[in-house]
Design a protein around this ligand. Structure first.
Ligand code: 9WO
Length: 229
């Protein structure tokens, strides 16, 4: 999988890409991430990437032309055209099913906006999808782009140590994960559920399933539509 990111803050990505899963996936060659400075696609004496909003109002809006030039230029490299995604709170919501769909693509081109907005012609005419990672406003799309890169990369075969852990976990079955414990069996008089210490696998499985269901019902009633058995 090849990821390209267009941003006015390329330095934002160095920390996250140099740790853990993303670092390993890149070293193993299963993922490559190219960060591009939007300003490199700006023109004019001031290399301007933003301008005042039509109709007035506070702040600045990102101009369409540098984003267009970045998409045109980056789409032309390599043999495969990328799926182009604008990170925005106005987009459709990222979920695990979307992450799986993106993991089947060969290339993703992620556009991270800043300022008070992005000229709407970008969302309307230049991108394939507008994507939100959740119902809150950030200062820009950079963190959202990193969320997509991490959620997708860990689904690529060879990126995660144990492929069973991708299958077994949360959301794949529309239910939250069960609570996990490790040693010691008592810490500050807080015990570990006796079912987990019983050594009875059937009992452990039953307890985990009940806990997962209870958590999902209480914390995420919106997910609690799956078939129980
Ligand atoms: C600001 C704002 C304030 C009041 C009501 C609605 C609002 N929307 C925005 C807004 O979209 N600000 C953006 C800041 C403009 C461009 C990039 N920024 C951004 C992207 N903030 N948050 C995201 C984002 C991206 C993906 N998923 C969640 C949030």
């Amino acid at each position: 999988m090849r990821f390209d990111v267009v941003t006015i803050f390329p330095e934002f990505f160095s920390g996250p890409l140099s740790c853990g899963l993303l670092k390993r996936a890149m070293a193993a060659g299963v993922a490559s991430v190219f960060i591009h400075n939007l300003r490199d696609y700006a023109e004019g004496a001031h290399l301007q990437v933003d301008d005042t909003p039509y109709g007035g109002g506070p702040g600045m809006v990102m101009k369409p032309e540098p984003i267009w030039r970045a998409i045109e230029s980056l789409s032309a490299v390599g043999e495969e055209k990328p799926l182009v995604i604008l990170l925005s709170p106005q987009g459709s919501r990222l979920d695990q099913a979307t992450a799986f769909r993106y993991a089947t693509a060969r290339r993703l081109l992620l556009i991270s906006g800043r300022y008070e907005g992005v000229d709407h012609r970008v969302a309307e005419h230049m991108v394939d999808e507008e994507l939100s990672i959740g119902d809150y406003v950030l200062a820009g799309g950079e963190i959202a782009a990193l969320v997509v890169i991490e959620a997708v990369t860990r689904l690529i075969p060879g990126a995660v140590g144990n492929p069973d852990s991708v299958k077994a976990e949360s959301f794949v079955e529309g239910i939250l994960d069960y609570p996990q414990y490790t040693r010691p069996p008592e810490f500050r008089r807080w015990g570990v559920p006796e079912e987990l210490l019983s050594g009875n696998h059937a009992r452990v499985d039953r307890w985990r399933h009940e806990q997962a269901e209870k958590r999902t019902r209480i914390n995420r009633p919106d997910l609690f539509h799956h078939v129980h058995g």
